[in-house]
Write a protein of this length. Structure first.
Length: 352
């Protein structure tokens, strides 16, 4: 990772923490385990923890558990070579022990890549469901555990395609029993596992449901519309929208989402479920035009470029609970989030 790209994410971390770090005071002098900590959200969580240590003396110790530690260590040495972070290569399904003196566990081990969901649905189900069971068994033996936070998905309750309302945490529309919805179904099952662990084993748990996110560290080869738009622009190509752009989403910046999750972990109550995302709806037509405007040499935007029909739907969360209970709100305007994402990827590309 280039020095310039590293400086960008540190500046972004400090911007997010400015005036807000007191909300994370319970993290001082504690140990955090991040399962799946080499992914997009896990990496942003590590960036915030590093900034809290370096700039504010929080003295947090972190353990990152992932199947992808080798690639991560070689690509991001500014994280891997730190004394306050250690790495353990392990499949979450084979996890049988967690540090007895750890205070917090963040379970973010699963891929949101829809191509994997479609091609390997049984593997997806195994990682999510069996991983949840393994973590519960390990957490039972942790005497100092303050909270276990599970990163679920906004997809668990997002299948009422006719609704024009934002999705709240009480939405009960379950994923259909079809292989194409395996990821959402497995996440819902895992939520139930952690609810049972709270009831039967007295393990304190908080569930967070991320919706659409963007920012540095998010791979541009993921089959998401916004990552494709940015990748097209960085290559100097026209931005291609498969459909007419009427699909509706909302987008939260990765650094914002990481702060929200840490705040929900330390400030939430066991049994809480929180949405994480922006409640500002935007259709893909407008999103594509905004991404195009983020480039100095503005690329052309082409619509209806796909060879297959594109489903029109709406996936936007209600964030009233996070706002009312924890006084949280999005901190990064969408135009800034797009600009910083493009800048970071340009810096990363230049350093290769």
């Amino acid at each position: 990772m280039s020095h310039s790209a590293s400086c960008l994410v540190r500046a972004e971390s400090l911007r997010i923490l400015a005036g807000n770090r007191s909300q994370l005071e319970p993290l001082k002098g504690t140990e955090v385990v991040v399962l799946g900590g080499t992914g997009f959200l896990g990496t942003w969580i590590l960036e915030l923890l590093m900034a809290l240590n370096d700039e504010f003396g929080f003295g947090i110790r972190s353990l990152v558990v992932s199947r992808s530690t080798d690639q991560f260590v070689s690509r991001f040495p500014h994280i891997a070579k730190r004394d306050d972070i250690r790495f353990e290569k392990c499949d979450v399904r084979q996890l049988w022990q967690l540090p007895m003196d750890a205070d917090w566990v963040i379970h973010a081990a699963a891929t949101p890549d829809t191509r994997v969901h479609a091609s390997k649905p049984l593997e997806v189900a195994s990682v999510v469901a069996e991983g949840a069971m393994s973590i519960v068994r390990a957490a039972e033996r942790m005497s100092r555990l303050r909270m276990l936070m599970f990163l679920s998905s906004g997809l668990v309750a997002a299948h009422d395609k006719e609704s024009d309302k934002n999705i709240d945490e009480m939405a009960s529309m379950a994923p259909p029993p079809e292989s194409s919805f395996m990821y959402a179904g497995a996440k819902r099952f895992a939520e139930t596992v952690f609810s049972a662990a709270r009831s039967q084993c007295r393990i304190p748990t908080v569930v967070v449901r991320p919706f659409s996110l963007l920012g540095p560290y998010q791979p541009l080869d993921r089959p998401f519309a916004h990552t494709s738009f940015i990748a097209d622009g960085l290559k100097g190509d026209a931005i291609r929208v498969q459909g007419d752009g009427s699909t509706i989403r909302s987008y939260m910046y990765g650094a914002d989402a990481a702060f929200w999750m840490l705040r929900m972990m330390v400030g939430g109550k066991s049994g809480d479920v929180f949405n994480v995302g922006s409640d500002e709806a935007i259709d893909l037509r407008t999103m594509a035009l905004k991404v195009a405007a983020g480039f100095q040499s503005r690329p052309e935007v082409l619509f209806n470029t796909g060879i297959r029909s594109v489903r029109t739907d709406r996936l936007v969360p209600s964030i009233a609970k996070a706002q009312d209970r924890l006084k949280l709100s999005p901190m990064t305007p969408l135009d800034m989030a797009i600009s910083k994402t493009i800048e970071w990827n340009r810096l990363m590309k230049a350093s290769v």
